[in-house]
Write a protein that binds this ligand. Structure first.
Ligand SMILES: C[S@@+](CC[C@H](N)C(=O)[O-])C[C@H]1O[C@@H](n2cnc3c(N)ncnc32)[C@H](O)[C@@H]1O
Length: 189
């Protein structure tokens, strides 16, 4: 693996309280990010690396009753916490799953693949991108946000080049990144 596509270590489930708390709710203002990141009512969304489900709440609300969210995480303990904390979300299914092997997801079933602070941790990005291409509908979106404090701009740039070179069309970097992160958006033509 080249240095540019290194996988960062997994965010430990034992520290999930750091990314799932009231302060983040204020700082991140997630509701305002749903539209620029491509989320619409009625969509079927695959959330990659959901952690304990902080972002899942906002996705669930944004797709509404007509939509559905499949939220996956490779760490069993993250999914246990998410299931416990977000049992009230009726349009969400939490699964222990690696994005590099989406064996429970059919071909062309997903409108939007949503990676929030998770793509940099994916260990096999080659397989992950090929699974996302398989499971997204034509016209489906891949939307990625990375945390500025952890993932330097050069890595975000190399992820952009890598994904665009694997069959996705790059749509935009949401120009005005907030102070916490950078966005990339792609479409499967
Ligand atoms: C920094 S946490 C972010 C959690 C959540 N998206 C949030 O913003 O609160 C990244 C999560 O991605 C998960 N993850 C990393 N690699 C993964 C993979 N290959 N497949 C699925 N989940 C993965 C990690 O286990 C971790 O829970």
């Amino acid at each position: 693996m080249t240095n540019k596509l290194k996988a960062f270590s997994l965010f430990p489930a034992v520290f999930s309280f750091v990314i799932d708390n009231k302060l983040r709710r204020i700082l991140e203002n997630m509701d305002r990010k749903m539209i620029p990141m491509g989320v619409k009512p009625g969509m079927k969304v695959l959330e990659i690396g959901c952690g304990s489900g902080f972002v899942t709440e906002f996705l669930s609300n944004a797709v509404g009753d007509a939509g559905f969210v499949i939220s996956i995480d490779v760490q069993e303990n993250m999914i246990k916490k998410a299931k416990k904390k977000r049992a009230h979300l009726k349009n969400v299914e939490f699964l222990i799953q690696d994005v590099s092997d989406l064996n429970t997801v059919k071909d062309e079933a997903i409108d939007l693949a949503f990676c929030y602070y998770s793509f940099h941790e994916v260990s096999d990005k080659e397989k992950a991108v090929s699974e996302l291409l398989r499971t997204l509908k034509h016209g489906g979106l891949l939307s990625i946000k990375e945390p500025k404090l952890r993932v330097k701009e050069k890595y975000v740039r190399s992820h952009k080049e890598f994904i665009a070179g694997k069959g996705f069309r790059f749509v935009e970097s949401i120009k005005k990144c907030d102070f916490l992160g950078c966005y990339l958006k792609f479409v499967k033509d």
